[in-house]
Write a new protein. Structure first.
Length: 99
């Protein structure tokens, strides 16, 4: 019931391990779909992933309703598209990935 952000005793769950896996996941992606819908607090890890995608020219699609705690100028600037629902964001991502 109490989940920590890192478990340093496990290599893949350490701060370095989590970051390395996230960067690798983003690097291998054709697009990044971010689901912020219903978030209660800002997600710093997801913000980092969005920044990495932007640096690698990977399109970012965000699902985020008005008033969301992740609504920030930098997220709005980097996101190619922002939709208020996850369904809309998924459909847009599908369109981006069509051959």
């Amino acid at each position: 019931t109490d989940i920590k952000d890192v478990y340093e005793e496990f290599a893949l769950s350490s701060a370095r391990g989590i970051t390395t896996r996230d960067v690798s996941d983003v690097r291998r992606s054709s697009a990044l779909l971010v689901n912020y819908v219903g978030a209660k607090t800002p997600s710093l890890g997801t913000a980092l992933e969005i920044g990495i995608a932007h640096a690698l020219n990977i399109p970012v699609v965000v699902a985020m309703e008005p008033g969301n705690p992740n609504d920030h100028a930098m997220i709005r600037h980097i996101a190619g598209f922002i939709f208020p629902t996850l369904d809309e964001a998924v459909e847009a991502t599908k369109m981006l990935l069509l051959p």
